[in-house]
Write a protein that binds this ligand. Structure first.
Ligand SMILES: [Fe+2]
Length: 309
């Protein structure tokens, strides 16, 4: 991208992408096959509280209830970062409390970390996000990398191998409350090697930050966006990159990679929406169904089909 990516240009690109999305809307056509359904949510910014929980915490509780009320329960929930407000342990404890009904329903939860997160405090709750049913599910091979790199850089990374696609949950957090993100050379080298081991299925990459160079994105881009795109652009199995951070809901395509920016639960900028997404996997792509926090919003139920060709 050659333009400076600002809130203003985001508004313009969002408007364009809603137009583009209108062409991609179609019926979800998996009626005759077993549904392969997942939930994706971003930027909850869960806060601590003493007496009354803040509005966004309550909103996220409602979202979890809505996920559990779906006719086909999501197999897993992906969190795309800025999971808590400022990385505090108490906030992660509250996050776990809100997620507990999903965990109790046997749904495993996987999280990317964003600029409001804290690795050490997240790790204190991570094991509790995987119930025994999720661990016993042989249809998903789950890998978690927890060892620090040789440089001492420490990241939380997960891979989920499934029948139709491989999911890579990446870590772009540098330091809690530092807006700019970075994968780091070791994570990028690791990503290239792990992608090369998995050429047979579509790869869907997930991380918190917008994959735009920091010099072009005023609100905290990715310091190593350029090497990231060099790695994924030439690996044809990479079909999609899902991210949060901007709190906008839009999609566009960069070469062979569908980029999807997921909406926030915490706050909604102009023209965007508060909500989450139900993802149905098909043999040749995914259908993303927007679930708005306000059920009366006319965008509720909007579907975007991404073909993995
Ligand atoms: Fe963020």
């Amino acid at each position: 991208m050659s333009f400076r990516f600002t809130r203003r240009s985001f508004l313009k690109s969002t408007a364009l992408c809603f137009d583009a999305a209108a062409f991609a809307i179609s019926d979800d056509n998996t009626q005759n096959e077993e549904k392969d359904v997942w939930a994706i949510v971003s930027d909850m910014h869960i806060s601590e509280w003493t007496e009354t929980p803040p509005e966004h915490n309550v909103r996220f509780q409602s979202v979890i209830n809505a996920m559990l009320a779906e006719p086909v329960k999501p197999r897993r929930i992906f969190l795309l970062g800025d999971n808590v407000y400022s990385g505090k342990q108490e906030q992660y404890n509250r996050l776990l409390e809100i997620l507990q009904p999903a965990v109790d329903a046997g749904i495993g939860i996987h999280a990317a970390l964003g600029d409001h997160d804290n690795l050490e405090n997240f790790r204190a709750i991570r094991e509790k996000l995987l119930p025994p049913e999720a661990k016993a599910d042989k249809s998903i091979t789950h890998f978690v990398r927890t060892e620090p790199w040789a440089t001492g850089d420490d990241k939380h990374i997960e891979i989920l191998e499934t029948q139709r696609a491989n999911f890579f949950v990446l870590d772009s957090l540098v330091k809690t409350n530092q807006e700019e993100g970075k994968f780091g050379k070791e994570q990028l080298d690791w990503l290239a090697a792990e992608l090369d081991k998995r050429k047979d299925k579509p790869a869907v990459l997930m991380a918190h930050h917008v994959a735009v160079d920091v010099s072009k994105f005023a609100d905290g881009g990715l310091a190593d966006a350029i090497p990231f795109w060099k790695i994924i652009g030439k690996r044809r199995q990479v079909k999609a990159f899902f991210f949060g951070h901007s709190h906008y809901w839009f999609n566009h395509r960069s070469g062979n990679v569908h980029q999807v920016n997921f909406p926030s639960i915490y706050r909604c900028p102009p023209l965007s929406v508060l909500g989450w997404v139900l993802m149905t996997l098909h043999d040749d792509g995914v259908c993303l169904t927007l679930k708005t926090c306000d059920p009366a919003d006319k965008r509720n139920g909007q579907q975007v089909n991404l073909r993995f060709v």
